[in-house]
Design a protein around this ligand. Structure first.
Ligand code: CUA
Length: 339
Protein backbone atom coordinates (compact mmCIF):
# COMPACT_ATOMS: atom_id res chain seq x y z
CA UNK A 1 0.00 0.00 0.00
CA UNK A 2 1.39 3.36 -1.02
CA UNK A 3 2.00 5.91 1.75
CA UNK A 4 -0.19 8.48 -0.04
CA UNK A 5 -3.10 5.96 -0.16
CA UNK A 6 -2.66 5.21 3.52
CA UNK A 7 -2.83 8.92 4.42
CA UNK A 8 -5.88 9.40 2.17
CA UNK A 9 -7.56 6.44 3.91
CA UNK A 10 -6.88 7.81 7.40
CA UNK A 11 -8.16 11.27 6.38
CA UNK A 12 -11.33 9.73 4.90
CA UNK A 13 -12.02 7.77 8.11
CA UNK A 14 -11.44 10.80 10.35
CA UNK A 15 -13.51 13.19 8.19
CA UNK A 16 -16.49 10.82 7.85
CA UNK A 17 -16.42 10.04 11.58
CA UNK A 18 -16.43 13.72 12.49
CA UNK A 19 -19.22 14.40 9.98
CA UNK A 20 -21.41 11.53 11.28
CA UNK A 21 -20.89 12.50 14.92
CA UNK A 22 -21.72 16.14 14.16
CA UNK A 23 -24.84 14.97 12.27
CA UNK A 24 -26.14 12.90 15.22
CA UNK A 25 -25.46 15.77 17.65
CA UNK A 26 -27.07 18.43 15.44
CA UNK A 27 -30.59 17.02 15.85
CA UNK A 28 -32.64 16.52 18.97
CA UNK A 29 -33.87 12.95 18.46
CA UNK A 30 -35.28 12.49 21.92
CA UNK A 31 -38.69 13.10 23.55
CA UNK A 32 -39.12 15.78 26.26
CA UNK A 33 -36.73 15.46 29.18
CA UNK A 34 -39.21 14.91 32.00
CA UNK A 35 -36.82 14.04 34.83
CA UNK A 36 -33.28 14.97 35.95
CA UNK A 37 -32.31 11.45 34.86
CA UNK A 38 -33.60 11.99 31.29
CA UNK A 39 -30.72 14.38 30.52
CA UNK A 40 -28.14 12.02 32.03
CA UNK A 41 -29.41 9.12 29.93
CA UNK A 42 -29.45 11.25 26.76
CA UNK A 43 -25.85 12.25 27.55
CA UNK A 44 -24.85 8.60 27.92
CA UNK A 45 -26.62 7.72 24.69
CA UNK A 46 -24.80 10.49 22.83
CA UNK A 47 -21.45 9.40 24.25
CA UNK A 48 -22.08 5.78 23.19
CA UNK A 49 -23.00 7.00 19.70
CA UNK A 50 -19.89 9.17 19.45
CA UNK A 51 -17.64 6.28 20.49
CA UNK A 52 -19.36 3.75 18.19
CA UNK A 53 -19.19 5.85 15.02
CA UNK A 54 -15.37 5.89 14.51
CA UNK A 55 -15.28 2.08 15.02
CA UNK A 56 -18.11 1.62 12.53
CA UNK A 57 -16.38 3.82 9.94
CA UNK A 58 -13.00 2.15 10.53
CA UNK A 59 -14.43 -1.36 10.10
CA UNK A 60 -16.38 -0.49 6.95
CA UNK A 61 -13.36 1.33 5.47
CA UNK A 62 -11.08 -1.64 6.20
CA UNK A 63 -13.63 -4.01 4.66
CA UNK A 64 -13.75 -1.93 1.47
CA UNK A 65 -9.95 -1.71 1.39
CA UNK A 66 -9.65 -5.52 1.67
CA UNK A 67 -12.21 -6.08 -1.08
CA UNK A 68 -10.18 -3.93 -3.46
CA UNK A 69 -6.63 -4.76 -2.33
CA UNK A 70 -6.95 -8.53 -2.04
CA UNK A 71 -9.32 -9.31 -4.90
CA UNK A 72 -8.51 -12.35 -7.08
CA UNK A 73 -6.32 -11.68 -10.07
CA UNK A 74 -8.48 -12.49 -13.15
CA UNK A 75 -5.53 -14.27 -14.79
CA UNK A 76 -5.21 -16.80 -11.88
CA UNK A 77 -6.96 -20.20 -12.06
CA UNK A 78 -10.32 -20.06 -10.17
CA UNK A 79 -9.30 -22.65 -7.52
CA UNK A 80 -5.97 -21.04 -6.61
CA UNK A 81 -5.39 -20.86 -2.82
CA UNK A 82 -4.57 -17.58 -1.08
CA UNK A 83 -1.08 -17.06 0.27
CA UNK A 84 -0.65 -18.70 3.71
CA UNK A 85 -0.05 -16.22 6.58
CA UNK A 86 1.03 -16.77 10.19
CA UNK A 87 -1.01 -14.13 11.96
CA UNK A 88 0.42 -11.29 14.05
CA UNK A 89 0.57 -11.33 17.84
CA UNK A 90 0.90 -7.56 17.95
CA UNK A 91 -2.28 -6.91 15.91
CA UNK A 92 -4.23 -9.50 17.90
CA UNK A 93 -3.20 -7.86 21.18
CA UNK A 94 -4.31 -4.47 19.84
CA UNK A 95 -7.69 -5.61 18.54
CA UNK A 96 -8.40 -7.44 21.79
CA UNK A 97 -7.00 -4.86 24.22
CA UNK A 98 -8.44 -1.65 22.77
CA UNK A 99 -12.10 -2.82 22.55
CA UNK A 100 -11.81 -4.42 26.01
CA UNK A 101 -10.64 -1.13 27.49
CA UNK A 102 -13.31 0.90 25.67
CA UNK A 103 -16.14 -1.45 26.71
CA UNK A 104 -14.92 -1.55 30.33
CA UNK A 105 -14.78 2.24 30.60
CA UNK A 106 -18.20 2.70 28.98
CA UNK A 107 -19.62 -0.05 31.19
CA UNK A 108 -18.34 1.62 34.35
CA UNK A 109 -19.63 5.03 33.23
CA UNK A 110 -23.08 3.55 32.39
CA UNK A 111 -23.20 1.96 35.84
CA UNK A 112 -22.42 5.30 37.49
CA UNK A 113 -25.16 7.08 35.48
CA UNK A 114 -27.78 4.40 36.13
CA UNK A 115 -26.94 4.34 39.82
CA UNK A 116 -27.58 8.10 40.03
CA UNK A 117 -30.77 7.94 37.94
CA UNK A 118 -32.28 5.12 39.98
CA UNK A 119 -31.21 6.36 43.43
CA UNK A 120 -33.82 6.16 46.20
CA UNK A 121 -35.42 9.51 47.09
CA UNK A 122 -36.73 10.71 50.43
CA UNK A 123 -40.49 10.37 51.13
CA UNK A 124 -41.54 9.16 47.68
CA UNK A 125 -45.11 8.77 46.54
CA UNK A 126 -45.61 5.02 46.19
CA UNK A 127 -47.81 3.82 43.35
CA UNK A 128 -48.50 0.15 42.62
CA UNK A 129 -48.62 -0.45 38.87
CA UNK A 130 -50.30 -3.65 37.73
CA UNK A 131 -50.31 -4.64 34.09
CA UNK A 132 -52.96 -6.91 32.62
CA UNK A 133 -54.02 -7.61 29.04
CA UNK A 134 -54.43 -4.73 27.95
CA UNK A 135 -54.56 -2.05 30.58
CA UNK A 136 -52.46 -0.51 33.36
CA UNK A 137 -54.00 -0.33 36.84
CA UNK A 138 -52.67 2.13 39.41
CA UNK A 139 -53.03 2.07 43.16
CA UNK A 140 -51.82 5.18 44.96
CA UNK A 141 -50.51 3.64 48.17
CA UNK A 142 -48.94 6.52 50.08
CA UNK A 143 -47.41 9.94 49.77
CA UNK A 144 -44.46 10.05 52.17
CA UNK A 145 -46.11 8.76 55.34
CA UNK A 146 -49.65 9.78 54.34
CA UNK A 147 -51.85 6.85 53.26
CA UNK A 148 -53.69 7.43 49.97
CA UNK A 149 -55.69 4.33 49.00
CA UNK A 150 -56.88 5.50 45.57
CA UNK A 151 -57.22 3.17 42.58
CA UNK A 152 -57.62 4.06 38.93
CA UNK A 153 -57.20 2.50 35.52
CA UNK A 154 -57.39 5.73 33.55
CA UNK A 155 -54.80 8.54 33.52
CA UNK A 156 -51.89 8.36 35.93
CA UNK A 157 -52.07 11.80 37.57
CA UNK A 158 -49.07 12.91 39.66
CA UNK A 159 -47.84 16.18 41.20
CA UNK A 160 -44.81 17.89 39.66
CA UNK A 161 -41.41 17.66 41.42
CA UNK A 162 -42.56 14.76 43.61
CA UNK A 163 -40.28 11.69 43.76
CA UNK A 164 -42.30 8.72 42.54
CA UNK A 165 -41.70 5.09 43.33
CA UNK A 166 -43.61 2.65 41.15
CA UNK A 167 -43.94 -0.96 42.28
CA UNK A 168 -44.59 -2.89 39.15
CA UNK A 169 -46.19 -6.29 38.67
CA UNK A 170 -48.57 -8.13 36.33
CA UNK A 171 -51.76 -10.17 36.65
CA UNK A 172 -51.08 -12.34 33.62
CA UNK A 173 -48.29 -12.33 30.99
CA UNK A 174 -45.14 -10.20 30.97
CA UNK A 175 -45.74 -6.53 30.18
CA UNK A 176 -43.27 -3.67 30.35
CA UNK A 177 -44.02 -0.27 31.85
CA UNK A 178 -42.33 2.45 29.80
CA UNK A 179 -42.42 6.24 30.14
CA UNK A 180 -40.33 7.46 27.17
CA UNK A 181 -40.06 11.01 28.57
CA UNK A 182 -38.43 9.58 31.71
CA UNK A 183 -36.24 7.28 29.56
CA UNK A 184 -37.02 4.36 31.89
CA UNK A 185 -38.84 1.07 31.44
CA UNK A 186 -39.34 -1.95 33.65
CA UNK A 187 -40.80 -5.40 33.01
CA UNK A 188 -44.08 -6.25 34.75
CA UNK A 189 -44.01 -9.92 35.74
CA UNK A 190 -46.68 -11.85 37.64
CA UNK A 191 -45.59 -12.80 41.16
CA UNK A 192 -42.66 -10.35 41.18
CA UNK A 193 -42.69 -6.70 42.24
CA UNK A 194 -39.96 -4.52 40.72
CA UNK A 195 -39.41 -0.85 41.57
CA UNK A 196 -38.95 2.06 39.18
CA UNK A 197 -38.16 5.57 40.42
CA UNK A 198 -38.22 9.00 38.87
CA UNK A 199 -39.18 12.58 39.67
CA UNK A 200 -41.12 14.46 36.96
CA UNK A 201 -39.95 18.08 36.70
CA UNK A 202 -42.35 19.42 34.05
CA UNK A 203 -46.12 19.59 34.02
CA UNK A 204 -47.81 18.16 30.95
CA UNK A 205 -49.15 14.98 29.46
CA UNK A 206 -46.77 12.15 28.54
CA UNK A 207 -47.02 8.71 26.95
CA UNK A 208 -47.11 5.49 28.92
CA UNK A 209 -46.42 2.52 26.67
CA UNK A 210 -46.41 -1.25 27.14
CA UNK A 211 -43.16 -2.22 25.48
CA UNK A 212 -43.38 -6.01 25.71
CA UNK A 213 -45.39 -7.92 23.09
CA UNK A 214 -48.16 -9.24 25.35
CA UNK A 215 -50.94 -10.37 23.04
CA UNK A 216 -53.31 -9.18 20.30
CA UNK A 217 -54.14 -5.96 22.15
CA UNK A 218 -50.51 -5.05 22.93
CA UNK A 219 -50.51 -1.99 20.68
CA UNK A 220 -53.60 -0.61 22.47
CA UNK A 221 -51.98 -0.93 25.92
CA UNK A 222 -51.13 2.74 26.24
CA UNK A 223 -51.88 5.39 28.80
CA UNK A 224 -51.16 8.98 29.77
CA UNK A 225 -48.98 10.27 32.56
CA UNK A 226 -50.42 13.64 33.59
CA UNK A 227 -48.03 15.77 35.62
CA UNK A 228 -49.94 18.61 37.32
CA UNK A 229 -49.25 21.27 39.96
CA UNK A 230 -49.45 20.14 43.58
CA UNK A 231 -52.66 22.15 44.10
CA UNK A 232 -54.32 20.52 41.07
CA UNK A 233 -53.20 17.12 42.24
CA UNK A 234 -54.77 17.62 45.67
CA UNK A 235 -58.02 18.59 43.91
CA UNK A 236 -57.79 15.51 41.71
CA UNK A 237 -57.20 13.29 44.75
CA UNK A 238 -60.26 14.70 46.51
CA UNK A 239 -62.41 14.06 43.45
CA UNK A 240 -61.13 10.48 43.26
CA UNK A 241 -61.88 9.81 46.91
CA UNK A 242 -65.44 11.10 46.61
CA UNK A 243 -66.00 9.44 43.24
CA UNK A 244 -66.09 5.81 44.43
CA UNK A 245 -63.65 2.94 44.24
CA UNK A 246 -63.33 2.95 40.47
CA UNK A 247 -62.49 6.64 40.33
CA UNK A 248 -64.47 9.00 38.10
CA UNK A 249 -67.88 7.82 39.30
CA UNK A 250 -71.36 8.83 38.20
CA UNK A 251 -73.01 11.88 39.76
CA UNK A 252 -75.26 9.59 41.80
CA UNK A 253 -72.21 7.81 43.28
CA UNK A 254 -71.05 4.36 42.23
CA UNK A 255 -68.87 3.53 39.24
CA UNK A 256 -69.73 4.46 35.65
CA UNK A 257 -70.01 1.48 33.26
CA UNK A 258 -69.00 3.46 30.18
CA UNK A 259 -65.90 4.80 31.92
CA UNK A 260 -64.97 1.27 33.03
CA UNK A 261 -65.35 0.04 29.43
CA UNK A 262 -63.06 2.82 28.17
CA UNK A 263 -60.44 2.74 30.92
CA UNK A 264 -60.07 -1.05 30.76
CA UNK A 265 -59.29 -0.90 27.07
CA UNK A 266 -62.37 -2.96 26.04
CA UNK A 267 -62.81 -0.78 22.94
CA UNK A 268 -59.41 -1.98 21.69
CA UNK A 269 -61.08 -5.30 20.79
CA UNK A 270 -64.84 -4.65 20.74
CA UNK A 271 -66.88 -2.36 18.53
CA UNK A 272 -69.33 -0.31 20.56
CA UNK A 273 -70.48 3.06 19.21
CA UNK A 274 -71.78 4.26 22.60
CA UNK A 275 -68.22 4.21 24.04
CA UNK A 276 -66.18 4.82 20.86
CA UNK A 277 -65.03 1.19 20.76
CA UNK A 278 -63.72 0.35 17.29
CA UNK A 279 -61.77 -2.92 17.73
CA UNK A 280 -62.44 -5.95 15.55
CA UNK A 281 -60.43 -8.59 17.43
CA UNK A 282 -63.51 -9.58 19.44
CA UNK A 283 -67.20 -9.71 18.52
CA UNK A 284 -68.98 -6.35 18.04
CA UNK A 285 -71.18 -5.36 20.95
CA UNK A 286 -73.41 -3.00 18.96
CA UNK A 287 -76.73 -4.80 18.47
CA UNK A 288 -75.39 -7.93 20.17
CA UNK A 289 -78.57 -8.06 22.27
CA UNK A 290 -76.97 -10.11 25.05
CA UNK A 291 -78.66 -10.55 28.41
CA UNK A 292 -77.02 -9.32 31.61
CA UNK A 293 -76.18 -12.91 32.60
CA UNK A 294 -74.58 -13.65 29.22
CA UNK A 295 -72.54 -10.46 29.40
CA UNK A 296 -71.38 -11.18 32.93
CA UNK A 297 -70.29 -14.71 31.97
CA UNK A 298 -68.37 -13.43 28.93
CA UNK A 299 -66.48 -10.91 31.08
CA UNK A 300 -65.66 -13.14 34.04
CA UNK A 301 -65.13 -16.39 32.09
CA UNK A 302 -64.48 -15.37 28.47
CA UNK A 303 -63.56 -18.90 27.37
CA UNK A 304 -66.97 -20.37 28.39
CA UNK A 305 -68.65 -19.48 25.08
CA UNK A 306 -66.74 -18.33 22.01
CA UNK A 307 -68.51 -16.32 19.32
CA UNK A 308 -68.25 -17.96 15.88
CA UNK A 309 -65.12 -17.06 13.94
CA UNK A 310 -63.35 -15.28 16.83
CA UNK A 311 -60.16 -16.43 18.62
CA UNK A 312 -60.28 -17.30 22.32
CA UNK A 313 -57.93 -14.51 23.40
CA UNK A 314 -59.82 -12.33 25.87
CA UNK A 315 -57.99 -12.11 29.23
CA UNK A 316 -59.77 -14.00 32.02
CA UNK A 317 -58.54 -11.52 34.64
CA UNK A 318 -61.37 -8.96 34.63
CA UNK A 319 -63.32 -11.00 37.20
CA UNK A 320 -60.38 -10.39 39.56
CA UNK A 321 -59.41 -6.84 38.63
CA UNK A 322 -62.91 -5.31 38.62
CA UNK A 323 -64.77 -4.86 41.89
CA UNK A 324 -68.31 -6.27 42.16
CA UNK A 325 -69.77 -2.75 41.83
CA UNK A 326 -67.64 -2.04 38.75
CA UNK A 327 -68.67 -5.35 37.16
CA UNK A 328 -72.37 -4.65 37.86
CA UNK A 329 -72.05 -1.16 36.36
CA UNK A 330 -70.24 -2.49 33.27
CA UNK A 331 -72.81 -5.25 32.67
CA UNK A 332 -75.66 -2.77 33.08
CA UNK A 333 -74.05 -0.35 30.64
CA UNK A 334 -73.33 -3.06 28.04
CA UNK A 335 -76.85 -4.52 28.28
CA UNK A 336 -78.26 -1.03 27.53
CA UNK A 337 -75.71 0.10 24.92
CA UNK A 338 -75.59 -3.21 23.04
CA UNK A 339 -79.35 -3.66 22.50
CU1 CUA B 1 -48.87 -5.32 27.71
CU2 CUA B 1 -47.75 -5.16 25.62
Amino acid sequence: MKASHRIAGIVAVVVSSVFLIAFTYAYDWFPTQLTPGSGKIDGLYKLLTAVSIPFFVLIVAFMVFCLVEFRVDPSDPPDKDGEPIHGSTRIELIWTGVPLLVILLLGIYSWVVLDKVEAKQKNPMVINVTGQQYIWNYEYVKNGSEKLGVKTSSDLVVPVNKPLEFRITSLDVIHSFWVPAARLKRDATAGVVTPLRFTPEKTGSYDIVCTELCGVGHSTMRGRLKVVSTADWVKWLKAQKSGGAGGGGTPGGGPDGKQIFTSNGCGGCHKLAAADGAGTTGPALDGAGLSADELRESIVDPGAKIANGFPNVMPATFGKSLSKEELDALVKFLAEAGK
